[in-house]
Design a protein around this ligand. Structure first.
Ligand code: ADP
Length: 666
């Protein structure tokens, strides 16, 4: 079995959960005492909040609850009918006044007022009445369930919406840490579980309780001795039930987390299908998946065992009670205390009486499962976005585009000893282009993340047009920005939709012009469906250079004041390069640009260059100035481009020229 690689955010203790889970058939790690995941006594607050979610559907729920006693009473129809049949209808139709066995009943006398003794018409009348009652009961049941279903579906939609909405506005850190699959599983399956909390959980439970009460009432009316005999075992059952119940929730929580992790894994592996195939890791991925599935299966089996245990004990109690009641009933009929019809009605109802009890196990199982999901949902809903708007945040219109970093420091992880960025101060004038260069890991991307306010600075300030960006409303501020990333992200839609992503209301003509400026029009027009051509997931159907030009067109259409560019490191052929270069120049024109530069032409064309080293600014200046000072930039430049001989010569010559100049000429 291959060693499992854990995503970095799985804490070591949970990894141990996996490791100790090796070996077949055992699941010692599933003992609740071993569960790393804490057991919080949270049911009530969560239920209260959950009921709050149900509020918009309250009309449906109240109507369903109101129908409940009627629907529950329907359960008593058949048993009571059998009593009427045995004690009233049959004797009367047969021309007798006493019941078949046991004590006499007033039923034949009662029915005798309407039907003459010995008249068989009473039988069809009885059938008709019974059928009517049954139909009414069915209709009520149907209506009640329909109301519940509607409420349930609405609830699911509403919760999904709420979660999606909330996650959208959570900070990038949470979204990146949670893994896409984890989010999918919360939005889709956890929310689905919540529906069963409404049906399987509360409402079914309530129906059953009401039904038990109705039946209990009728039972007491029929014979309270036998009623006592039938419920004498219930307390024992309750104890067993509660014991099992306590163990069910943590088990379910484990399962929900496993499912979430499995979904995340599947999403990740198939998202990276190219890499998997390129490195021939299909088998290994299968192996890992297989193992994780097996683990999940064992955890599921544990829940099933718990559940079956509860189920069997409920069944056992029901059966024993029936035995007791049948014996006692026979005795009391012989004794003349009750009629045969009473006994028949009684046993019929008693059987039904225990059904809810057995069902309660099922319901409880669903309830525990759903509560585990509800916990996970609220865990997300309770998260506050890390990057927040201040209450009196300013709504900016179109910015001028002056950017300043004032002594900025930042760490991704507040516990980390080393700062990712430290003492970073620089300014970009409106319309200026600043190229950021530096070794990989120097903090270039982090710089752009702070400017886009995906994260907030730890100390210092980021100012735009002289205002701290934390004092600005997020959305209007970000509308002034556009980002063209190295790893161009296109959505699975048409070319047009991707270009118009930031401005879905853009006209055909605007989209076209943007494409033209981005040097993309030519290739787009050659596509079979032109602008309506689907680009495939992440734009797989376009080449690297084409994707980049679509992304540039998208930025052009967004018409930002501040532009963040992350140049692709991989070089394209020279024609594609020059097309993109040209497009970028058009895009950058008149806009403040912060570019993470890799191409020589971008670097040399930039107004200024900022050299980052290990999160600090090593140097700033123009290309010529930096070369002349022979510092970090010079070394880096020589390392990267100096290998090309003629270039080196040219550079050295240039440096020589510069050095020869008098200092005042710089
Ligand atoms: P560059 O863009 O210059 O290659 P980055 O700004 O991406 O560098 O990264 C700077 C440092 O911050 C690196 O050490 C990197 O490991 C770390 N880092 C980057 N992104 C994250 C993140 N989301 N969470 C934690 N650390 C990160």
């Amino acid at each position: 079995m291959p060693q499992i690689k854990f995503p970095p955010n799985v804490d070591p203790e949970k990894q141990n959960l996996w490791r100790t889970s090796r070996g077949r058939g055992r699941d010692r790690y599933l003992k609740d005492s071993d569960a790393v995941i804490e057991r919080r006594p949270v049911t009530w607050p969560y239920i209260k909040r959950f009921l709050g979610e149900v509020r918009p559907m309250r009309a449906h729920v109240i109507a369903a609850v109101a129908l409940m006693p009627l629907a529950a009473a329907g359960a008593a129809i058949m048993p009571v009918a059998s009593k009427v049949l045995f004690d009233g209808v049959i004797p009367l139709a047969a021309g007798k006044t006493e019941t078949l066995a046991g004590r006499s009943s007033e039923l034949p006398v009662l029915l005798g007022r309407y039907f003459p003794s010995g008249d068989l018409t009473i039988i069809p009348a009885f059938m008709g009445a019974l059928a009517l009652l049954a139909a009414a009961s069915l209709a009520i049941g149907f209506l009640m369930r329909y109301l519940m279903m509607t409420a349930g579906e609405r609830l699911v939609t509403q919760m999904r919406h709420k979660l999606h909405d909330h996650i959208q506005f959570l900070s990038i850190r949470y979204i990146e840490d949670t893994q896409v699959g984890g989010i999918i599983s919360r939005v889709m399956s956890d929310v689905g579980e919540v529906r069963s909390l409404l049906f399987g959980g509360f409402l079914n439970f309530a129906v059953n309780v009401v039904r038990m009460l109705v039946l209990l009432g009728v039972l007491f009316y029929l014979d309270w001795w036998m009623t006592l005999a039938s419920i004498v075992l219930v307390p024992g059952y309750t104890v067993v039930f509660l014991r099992f119940r306590k163990r069910l929730r943590p088990a379910w929580r484990h399962i929900r987390e496993e499912v979430s992790r499995l979904t995340a894994r599947v999403a990740e592996v198939f998202g990276g299908a190219r890499v998997v195939k390129a490195f021939v890791q299909e088998r290994r991925e299968n192996g890992i998946f297989f193992k994780w599935c097996n683990d999940l299966m064992r955890k599921n089996m544990r829940v099933h065992r718990l559940h079956l245990g509860m189920h069997s004990s409920a069944d056992g109690v029901a059966q024993m009670s029936r035995v007791l009641v049948l014996g006692l009933g026979a005795w009391r009929v012989v004794d003349g205390q009750i009629s045969a019809g009473d006994l028949l009605a009684f046993t019929g109802m008693l059987f039904m009486f225990f059904d809810p009890m057995v069902e309660a196990v099922q319901i409880n199982n669903q309830l525990q499962q759903a509560m585990a999901s509800v916990e996970r949902i609220y865990d997300v809903l309770d998260r506050k976005p890390e990057v927040q708007e201040r209450p009196a945040a300013l709504r900016v219109g179109r910015l001028e585009g002056r950017v300043e970093f004032e002594n900025v420091a930042f760490r991704y992880n507040r516990e980390a000893a080393k700062k990712t960025l430290d003492e970073v101060s620089f300014a970009i004038a409106p319309g200026e282009c600043l190229a950021v260069v530096g070794a990989s890991g120097a903090g270039k991307t982090t710089l752009t993340n702070l400017l886009a306010r995906l994260y907030d600075v730890e100390s210092g300030r980021v100012l735009v047009d002289g205002r701290d960006i934390r004092d600005l409303e997020l959305a209007p501020y970000r509308r002034n920005l556009a980002v063209v990333l190295q790893d161009t992200w296109l959505f699975n839609g048409t070319v047009r939709e991707n270009i118009a992503y930031a401005r879905p209301d853009a006209t055909e003509e605007e989209v076209r012009r943007a494409a033209e400026q981005a040097n993309a029009l030519e290739f787009i027009e050659k596509l079979p469906k032109g602008f309506a051509e689907p680009v495939g997931e992440r734009g797989v159907k376009l080449s690297g250079g084409q994707k980049q030009r679509v992304a540039i067109a998208r930025a052009i259409l967004a018409d930002p004041r501040i532009l963040i560019l992350d140049e692709a490191t991989s070089s394209l052929d020279s024609r594609a390069e020059s097309l993109i270069q040209e497009a970028l120049e058009r895009l950058m024109k008149g806009r403040t640009t912060l570019v993470i530069a890799h191409r020589l032409s971008t670097i040399t064309n930039a107004d200024r260059i900022l050299v980052l080293e290990d999160g600090r600014i090593a140097e700033t200046g123009t290309h010529d100035q930096l070369l002349a000072s022979r510092g970090a930039y010079y070394r880096m430049f020589m390392e990267q481009y100096g290998k090309v001989k003629f270039l080196r010569r040219a550079v050295e010559q240039k440096v020589g020229e510069l050095a020869a100049l008098p200092a005042s000429a710089e």
